[in-house]
Design a protein around this ligand. Sequence first.
Ligand SMILES: [Zn+2]
Length: 82
Amino acid sequence: MRNYTDERKKELREVICNQCGRTFQAENGIVKEDCIHMDIVFGYFNSRDGMNHHFDLCEACYEKMIRAFRIPVTEEEETELL
Ligand SMILES: [Zn+2]
C-alpha cells in the first residue's frame, strides 16, 4: 500500500509491502528500493467486475510469488529503464 503526505496524493511518504508489511520510506517522494506496484482492473467476465485492486510487494515477496507459479513468467530485457 502507498501512503502519501497529503490527501491529494501529491507526494509519496512510504510504501508498505502488502504481503510482509515491510515499510519503505520515501525521500522527496521517491522510494529508493525496488517495490512492485500492481493496479488490477477486473473486467466484465470476472466475478470482481467493476472493481480495481491496488497493492505493493517488496522484491522478496514478488520473487516468492512468481516462484510459486507452475509456468514461469515471461521475461524480457528492458532497454529503457525508468
Ligand atoms: Zn514483502
